[in-house]
Design a protein around this ligand. Structure first.
Ligand code: PLP
Length: 426
């Protein structure tokens, strides 16, 4: 089994994994909604790296999008206090009032936008909040505009909901960012949502205030279109990049914007599974209805920890970012020194997205030709014991994504190994 997708992402049988298929047992018949999606390729590749390591291979995984730093001690203390104080039961469906209040304070303090508790939805990670929003609003025939390269779950969740992802693809020459003109060309009467993710997973590119205003100007006249602003990487920025969120720049569109955020990335809390959104109250109520029939509520202890994260000291974020910035510099210098690879500097997040058009057509020492970015990722894994995600998984080829949220030593070794694999291609 290869984990590397060969065709368009998020399709059905892409050969990358064991998607359930209808099988001989008459009792097991899978619903169309599960047959039409593939498991997340980034998760599949990270799992493969773990399996190979468990089997004794010295594989370095650069596929996972999570900080390698520990959750700050004051957050862990708050969780332990919550357990001792008996906060171990079901809570309100979409978040305890104290956490909603902390989220409202966060939006006011950091983004200058005002919400009431009726606007706030808390879920089991930003991914569940996004899932609830799309499942509550998207159905057969509806289109969702997704700038490509994109985070794999945007497309996957739209497809689960029965909608159609409409990709607006920006290449390396366009700076990997959607322009107002390309967005305008993608909107149709069937468009329900436009997704904006800044800084972006997988490219790290961020939109300036002027670029966001230009996108808002395109969306504004289409009254049936709502916007998801995915701000998960808000605090992870470099070189003085100024983060902006759409709801602050286009207050007249407040009734049409869902601002998505969470504690996973900025607060090193991926496993705690707390994400949140601010959105119009009727949408928040519909999302809560879905959540009441799925997970009942987010984890009670993690909600208390999230309050400590949002209200507590944030100096550790600057320390983490300084480490990320150093690694980003090392990765950019190393990759850009390799013949056939070119890699723009990301504004934020902890990813670099590299163009490998210069490697296509080259041959491995075993004679296999690198025809696609999946072939290149396979070469890195087989020859170099390094796991990366090929661009095809994110909707732009030939490219690959490296997460530099990896310990310095491992990252340096991985870069040396990538250099050796690239040097071995003729
Ligand atoms: N949005 C983006 C762009 C992401 O990269 C991720 C996680 O990788 C999420 C949302 C969801 O994160 P979580 O569910 O951990 O809050």
């Amino acid at each position: 089994m290869t984990p590397f997708p060969r065709r368009v992402p998020c399709g059905t049988s892409d050969g990358m994994s064991d998607s359930p298929k209808n099988v001989d047992t008459p009792a097991i018949r899978f619903a169309d909604r599960v047959n039409r999606i593939a498991p997340s390729p980034t998760v599949a590749i990270s799992s493969l790296a773990l399996d190979l390591r468990a089997a004794g291979r010295d594989v370095i995984g650069l596929a996972t999008g999570e900080p390698d730093f520990p959750t700050p001690p004051h957050v862990c203390d708050a969780a332990m206090r919550a357990i001792r104080d008996g906060h171990t039961r079901y809570t309100q469906v979409d978040g305890i009032p104290e956490l909603k209040a902390a989220i409202i304070r966060k939006f006011e303090r950091e983004n200058g936008i005002t919400f009431t508790p009726e606007n706030i939805s808390v879920g089991t990670g930003g991914k569940q909040v996004l899932f609830n929003a799309l499942m509550a609003t998207v159905q057969e025939g509806d289109e969702v505009v997704i700038p490509a390269p994109y985070w794999v779950s945007f497309a996957g969740i739209v497809e689960v909901a029965g909608g159609t992802p409409v990709y607006v693809t920006s290449g390396f020459a366009d700076g990997l960012k959607m322009t107002a003109d390309s967005l305008a060309a993608a909107i149709t009467p069937r468009t329900r949502w436009v997704i904006i993710n800044s800084p972006s997973n997988p490219t790290g590119m961020g939109y300036s205030a002027a670029e966001l205003r230009a996108l808002a100007d395109v969306i504004r006249p289409h009254e049936q279109v709502m916007v998801i602003s995915d701000d998960l990487y808000e605090h992870l920025t470099y070189d003085g990049f100024a983060f902006h969120t759409l709801a602050a720049l286009a207050p007249d569109m407040a009734g049409r914007i869902l601002t998505l955020n969470g504690v996973s990335k900025s607060y090193c809390m991926t496993g705690w599974r707390i994400g949140f959104a601010a959105a119009p109250a009727p949408l928040v109520r519909a999302m809560a209805k879905l959540q009441s029939q799925s997970t009942s509520c987010p984890n009670s202890i993690a909600q208390h920890a999230a309050i400590a994260a949002l209200d507590g000291p944030t100096d550790f974020i600057a320390d983490n970012n300084a480490a990320f910035a150093r690694r980003r510099g090392r990765v950019l210098a190393a990759l850009n020194a390799m013949e056939g690879i070119s890699c723009p500097a990301p504004d934020g997040a902890f990813y670099v997205f590299a163009d490998i058009s210069g490697l296509i057509g080259k041959k491995r020492p075993d004679g296999k030709v690198i025809e696609t970015d999946s072939d290149f990722a396979a070469a890195l894994l087989e020859q170099g014991d390094v796991a990366v995600v090929p661009g095809v998984a994110f909707g732009l080829s030939p490219a690959f994504r490296i997460s530099f949220a990896t310990a310095d030593d491992a990252l340096d070794t991985a870069l040396d190994r990538i250099a050796s694999v690239v040097a071995s291609l003729v």
